[in-house]
Design a protein around this ligand. Structure first.
Ligand SMILES: Cc1cc2nc3c(=O)[nH]c(=O)nc-3n(C[C@H](O)[C@H](O)[C@H](O)COP(=O)(O)OP(=O)(O)OC[C@H]3O[C@@H](n4cnc5c(N)ncnc54)[C@H](O)[C@@H]3O)c2cc1C
Length: 446
């Protein structure tokens, strides 16, 4: 650990460091800053990006419906109204719990009195280290742009391709994982090819593109009631998506995927299957669950590590019945708000932090135009009304009035015209799109 001092001057007030400006970290910092007595606390938010990303709408960037700027907001601008909150752009690499310091890449160290770890999750490829390169996941802006480039470049390539097998591979999209991300992505790709791009090409018919959703479990959307999952499957199939359940992906490489012993040549493969926690548990050297999430106490503190708390996707917390809380934005946000209030009271009035209680506001997924599902626990909703509610909730949750307005206008325009304005290939096409399918052909020909 370096002794390089933090650039934030100490001023005698207790210092709370929040690592991660996602849903949980941001909610915690804002609530702490706003809470009665919160001004008596100094807060530093550290994130490796200078923006907060609205992850639930990433699939719309990947399928050209929205631009990255529609769903990403600078952290400094979100927190500019709170004078007691500082922001550091930096990647955390470790925590010295004995010296109470957070270690940043580049050797800088930031001291803390209380530390909140809200570093989210990463995709897990179940030990297949070669799969991320050929099957990008939807987690970052870079991922979404990369997937968009892959999708659009493959269709451009297909337009110029005279070999029927190769063209079929270029026009095949495989989405691995039948959770909400996979379902939303499959529905959006199907709508992109069936409607938006239908008349844009001269030699290929984008409506003939194959979209496959592959799920190893017996059904898609396992976290939702069975009748909602069945409805989602029917809607996907009506859009032309082939839903394959009970079949695990055995291989992914540059030529496509192998499922149930059958090779499926595909230029675009999107990963939406396993999730693992950020490495925060390793920084502390504490007990984690199988997904690497830090097992936290009911007040979100990390047992055995004084002054350290964890929340959101990187924490394993349970509800009143002892059931693990799901990795959802609403869980992270509620935990952040709870901890913000609890820390303000603790640091200014000495009150012991209260246990966190999750209030389920409803789990949702969208399948496509006029089709979404909601599960509120005691009741469910599906169809057009659920779709409108999904849109209202997501616009409301976006940070900033400008984003809400721009996204609403884009959605209304898309609803009226099927247009997707962000159909731009802004990166060089991935070399393996062409390479992959050529390899596949040469193998078949050999
Ligand atoms: C494609 C997709 C769709 C989803 N859709 C929904 C949905 O519709 N509804 C829903 O409720 N949930 C949804 N989720 C889940 C939801 O996004 C997460 O549960 C939520 O983002 C968790 O919040 P968090 O604050 O724990 O982490 P995040 O929001 O992921 O934030 C983590 C932050 O930590 C930062 N960070 C990470 N590591 C470091 C480091 N070493 N140093 C510095 N900073 C770091 C990151 O840059 C990021 O800003 C979706 C997730 C995905 C991937």
């Amino acid at each position: 650990m370096t002794d390089d001092p933090t650039p934030i001057p100490a001023d005698g007030r207790p210092h709370v460091v929040v690592v991660g400006a996602g849903f949980g970290g941001l909610a915690c910092a804002k609530t702490l800053a706003r809470a009665p007595g919160g001004g008596g606390v100094r807060v530093t938010v550290i994130d490796r990006n200078n923006y907060h990303l609205f992850v639930p709408l990433l699939y719309q960037v990947a399928t050209a419906a929205l631009s990255p700027a529609d769903i990403a907001t600078p952290i400094r601008s979100i927190l500019s109204r709170y004078p007691n909150v500082d922001v550091i752009l930096g990647a955390v690499e470790g925590v010295d719990t004995a010296a109470r310091r957070v270690r940043l890449a580049g050797g800088r160290a930031v001291p803390y009195d209380r530390l909140v770890l809200a570093t989210g999750s990463v995709y897990s490829y179940f030990g297949h280290d070669d799969w991320p390169h050929v099957a990008p996941a939807l987690k970052t802006v870079e991922n979404a742009r990369h997937i968009r480039t892959r999708l659009l470049s493959a269709l451009e390539e297909a337009e110029m391709c005279d070999d029927a097998d190769r063209r079929a591979a270029l026009m095949t999209v495989v989405i691995v994982g039948g959770g909400p991300t996979g379902v939303e992505m499959a529905g959006a790709v199907a709508e992109l090819t069936r409607f938006t791009l239908a008349r844009d090409f001269r030699r290929i018919d984008p409506r003939a593109a194959r979209v496959l959703l592959v799920e190893a479990g017996p059904r898609i959307l396992s976290a939702f009631p069975e009748h909602l999952a069945a409805y989602a499957r029917r809607k996907l199939e009506a859009l032309g998506v082939t839903v394959m359940t009970g079949q695990a992906v055995e291989r992914i490489d540059a030529t496509g995927v192998t499922v149930g012993g059958r090779a499926i040549p595909a230029a675009t493969v999107v990963w939406g299957a396993g999730v693992a926690a950020s490495p925060a548990g390793r920084w502390l050297g504490v007990d984690t669950d199988r997904a690497g999430r830090i097992r936290v106490a009911p007040d979100l503190s990390v047992p055995g590590v004084p002054g350290v708390y964890a929340l959101g996707d990187t924490a394993a917390a349970a509800d009143d019945a002892g059931k693990p809380l799901p990795g959802l934005a609403q869980v992270a946000k509620q935990q952040g708000e709870h901890l913000g209030r609890a820390l303000a009271l603790n640091l200014t009035a000495g009150t012991a932090p209260a246990p966190f209680r999750f209030r389920n506001r409803g789990n949702t997924a969208i399948i496509g135009r006029n089709a979404a599902i909601f599960d509120f626990g005691h009741r469910t909703l599906k169809g057009w009304f659920a779709w409108v509610l999904w849109a209202i909730v997501h616009v409301y949750l976006l940070v900033g009035g400008e984003k809400r307005l721009s996204v609403t206008l884009r959605w209304l325009w898309r609803y009226a015209t099927y247009e997707r304005g962000a159909r731009l290939i802004t990166e060089s096409p991935p070399s393996d799109v062409a390479e992959v399918t050529t390899q596949d052909n040469s193998r078949r020909r050999a």
